[in-house]
Design a protein around this ligand. Structure first.
Ligand SMILES: N[C@@H](CCC[C@H](N)C(=O)O)C(=O)O
Length: 257
C-alpha cells in the first residue's frame, strides 16, 4: 500500500504527518510507525502524527515517538496545527484534542502559538527538577550546556529507577540571559538527543521563570528559538501556558508500506 505523507519540522524536531481522516492507517501497527520514522529504511523522523476527525474538536492529533510509544508532543502539536491549516481543516485558530486533553492554538505568520495543559506543580531536588507538561520532564540546571554530555547523562536519568517503568525525558538547561535559557534534550522514545523538545522547553521555562520571577521566557535550542509565556505560580500551579515558535512543511511524498 502507498502512503501519502508530509514532513514537518518545528525547531528541528521533525515529524512524518499523515492525513488520516479516512482512518486508513492501522494505529496498532507499531512496526509500521517505527519503519516510517527510521532514518535509513523509512522517511526518517523523531515522531509520526496522524490527523483524524473528532466529533467535538477541529481534529485529533495521534502522536507516536519514533519507537512507537505515545505521549504529548509540543513541537509535534505546533506542526499538526500548521498541517491542519495546510489541509484546509482549520483557519488561523483551532481547538483540537491530543493525548493529554484539549488544546487551543493560533497561527501568527510563520509561528504557531500553542496552549499547553495546566501544570499543577514543580518537584525539586537541588539543581534538578521534575515537571509534567503533558509529557514527563526531568530538568537539570547546568553551567555549560554546549559542552555537556547530554546523551550519556540523559540516558542515565531517563532509565533511573525513580522514573521506572515509564521513564522520563531529560532537559539540560543553561541560563544565558536574564530572560533566556539554552536547552538541550534527551528524548524518551527517540532514545537520543533531539534538536528541540516543546514540552521540554515548556518545563524548563516554568522552572527558570519561577526562580527568576518571570512570566515570559525565551528559549534557544540546537534547532532554533522558541518562547513560553504563562500565568500562575509554584504554590497554585500554572495555567495559560503558551508555547510559541515556527512550524514548517519541508517536503511531501509517497512511500510503500
Ligand atoms: N518532542 C516532543 C516530546 C515527545 C514526547 C516525548 N518523547 C515522550 O515520550 O514523553 C515535544 O516537542 O514535546
Amino acid at each position: 500500500m502507498e502512503i501519502q505523507f508530509y514532513k514537518y519540522q518545528g525547531t528541528g524536531n521533525d515529524f512524518v504527518m499523515i492525513d488520516d481522516r479516512q482512518i486508513t492507517f492501522d494505529d496498532q501497527d507499531l512496526d509500521q510507525v517505527r519503519k516510517l520514522c527510521d532514518r535509513k529504511f523509512g522517511i526518517g523522523s523523531d515522531g509520526l502524527i496522524l490527523i483524524r476527525n473528532h466529533p467535538d474538536f477541529d481534529f485529533e492529533m495521534i502522536y507516536f515517538n519514533a519507537d512507537g510509544s505515545q505521549s504529548m508532543c509540543g513541537n509535534g502539536a505546533r506542526c499538526a496545527v500548521a498541517f491542519s491549516a495546510f489541509l484546509g481543516i482549520i483557519g488561523q485558530k483551532t481547538k483540537f484534542l491530543a493525548i493529554d486533553g484539549p488544546h487551543e492554538a493560533v497561527i501568527v505568520e510563520d509561528r504557531v502559538e500553542l496552549l499547553m495543559g495546566n501544570v499543577s506543580s514543580i518537584d525539586s531536588q537541588g539543581l534538578d527538577f521534575f515537571v509534567n507538561t503533558g509529557s514527563p520532564h526531568h530538568i537539570r540546571l547546568v553551567e555549560d550546556v554546549l559542552d555537556y554530555p547530554v546523551y550519556e547523562e540523559g540516558k542515565k536519568i531517563r532509565y533511573d529507577a525513580c522514573y521506572s517503568p515509564g521513564g522520563t525525558n531529560v532537559n539540560f538547561v543553561q541560563p544565558i540571559e536574564a530572560d533566556q535559557v539554552f536547552v538541550r534534550t534527551y528524548e524518551r522514545g527517540v532514545e537520543n538527543e533531539t534538536l528541540s523538545c516543546g514540552t521540554g522547553v515548556t518545563a524548563a521555562a516554568l522552572v527558570f521563570g519561577v526562580k527568576n520571577n518571570l512570566q515570559k521566557v525565551k528559549i534557544k535550542t540546537p534547532g532554533g528559538n522558541l518562547s513560553v509565556r504563562f500565568q500562575g505560580n509554584a504554590n497554585e500551579g500554572f495555567h495559560d501556558i503558551w508555547l510559541i515558535g515556527p512550524a514548517q512543511q519541508v517536503f511531501s511524498g509517497k512511500i510503500n508500506s
